[in-house]
Write a protein that binds this ligand. Sequence first.
Ligand code: GDP
Ligand code: MN
Length: 381
Amino acid sequence: MNLIEYHAKRLFGQHGIPVPAGELAYTPEEARTIAERLGGGTVVVKAQVLTGGRGKAGGVKLAHNPDEAEARARDILGLDIKGFTVHKVLVDPGVVIQDEIYLAILLDRAARRPMIMASAAGGMDIEAVAEETPEKIIKVHINPQIGVRTFHSTYIASRMALPQELWGQFHNVVTNLYDCFISNDASLTEINPLIIDGDGNLMAVDGKMTIDDNGLARHPELAELREADAETASEREARKHGINFIQLDGNIGCMVNGAGLAMTSMDVIKLFGGSPANFLDIGGGAKAEQVTAALRLILSDKNVEAVLINIFGGITRGDEVARGIIAALDQVDTKVPFVVRLAGTNATEGRAILADQNMTTAVTLSEAAQKAIAAAKGRGV
Ligand code: GDP
Ligand code: MN
């Protein structure tokens, strides 16, 4: 789960990193009020959407007084930035920027440890820096049992040629960012830019944070910060029922137990010339209630012309799954044809139960995919 800049910087601030004292505005008038409260001087009005590159997209604007703050907020609110509509802006006190540094801590899965990434060439062109002059990006792995030590930050500061009088401050920022990363179960904490301000001090003027979804149970206060438009209505519904669901643009709905089997099912549908409407993994168990929720999700997509259910019974028994599917179909009113492939424990019994209810069944996945494609075509014409 990604946090918007405002929430990321608030967490940074709680961990002792200097951040501007800005507030969120949902209307141009609120932006004016905040600008007045901040002293009536220069502020920066910033789109709060879950995407980078806001500056280049016109989503970050300076305003020299409350009148201008209101006008800039009016410009930015409602903008579309890379598919995200701006519903709120952050009004931060303006700062003088002498220099822009990039600093991030992320989880390096390959190395199985956190990694500090830093560059003296921070700011809006960091992607170009990473691509064209990768030697300007400094990477340092952290042993999680030891944490950040002075030698880490000193090494980075010296390689960045950071003025030596800032090394102490820089060490504090790195240490605090690492604390923030660890204590919130983050997979990314990023400051771009970390600036040297007019007084020669470090300050985080942008912030990004990704929280590991599997850690959210330990941070209910963070789970509440999920942005409403970060996921579609279907994805939100799926998450509530513990279903992994990704909307695609084909016409064959898929309901599968297990992520690998779900991927395979999609591949086999494509192999026979069809096109999957979604990826859906109902996980283990396949209880009737979950199956019902999954079917509702699949059928809420108007492009779906046939549904392929592919269940491998391991601990879950095929006859139980069959009863679950029938119970679920009782609750969902649909004319869309279904093809069910059952394999594994008690699959034969399961298929008999389904055949009894006049449902199309299949033994192999190839057979099921071809039947589903044919059923979809039959409806299409
Ligand atoms: P991003 O483009 O989405 O990464 O948004 P940022 O928050 O990083 O802002 C983009 C750029 O705007 C920064 O790199 C800064 O150069 C500039 N900027 C942001 N805040 C301020 C500020 O308070 N004062 C000034 N002068 N520039 C700012
Ligand atoms: Mn930025």
